[in-house]
Design a protein around this ligand. Structure first.
Ligand SMILES: *[C@@H]1O[C@H](CO)[C@@H](O)[C@H](O)[C@H]1NC(C)=O
Length: 144
């Protein structure tokens, strides 16, 4: 095996797979713990990106790397991010957005789409200007 002798890689693989398997079933709190573990153990850089509603998100990994999104939320949990006169809720999160974003980005080298209620298939809180909050990392070919 290519990575014999490097004790870090086996654990990295285990962690990456654990996270892949866990992605659709863990709570946000557990997800944050996973993100922290991923970053701490594997030195993967996890990027956090906020895209205001109706703006375009472009994610791009280096050549031969693929996207792995580690958290996705479309809605609003923060009053100050993407300021707007129309904010009725700060406890708002789309059920449909995570699956759509995952389908668009996970495993790809790059992805790009607009953070609209149309693309993300529904408005979780009408009258509130929303944002898309994603965290992602880029995995190299031997990391999956
Ligand atoms: C974005 O998501 C992360 C991870 O869940 C969370 O810690 C952070 O507070 C969120 N940021 C905003 C502005 O909602």
């Amino acid at each position: 095996m290519l990575w014999t002798g490097d004790p870090g890689v086996g654990q990295m693989l285990t962690t990456a797979m654990f996270i892949l398997i866990s992605l659709n079933s863990v709570s946000d709190t557990a997800q944050n713990t996973l993100d922290a573990q991923l970053e701490a153990r594997c030195k993967f850089k996890v990027h956090d990106i906020i895209t205001c509603e109706n703006e375009r998100l472009n994610l791009q990994c280096p050549d031969d790397h693929s996207l792995l999104l580690t958290s996705i939320a479309f809605g609003r949990t923060d009053l100050y991010q993407c300021p707007h006169p129309s904010i009725k809720s700060t406890d708002c999160s789309s059920d449909t957005a995570p699956g759509i974003v995952r389908g668009e980005c996970d495993g790809k080298n790059a992805c790009s789409f607009e953070a609209t209620t149309r693309f993300l298939n529904g408005d979780p809180c009408g009258g509130t200007f929303k944002y898309l909050n994603v965290s992602y990392t880029c995995l190299g070919q031997f990391q999956l």
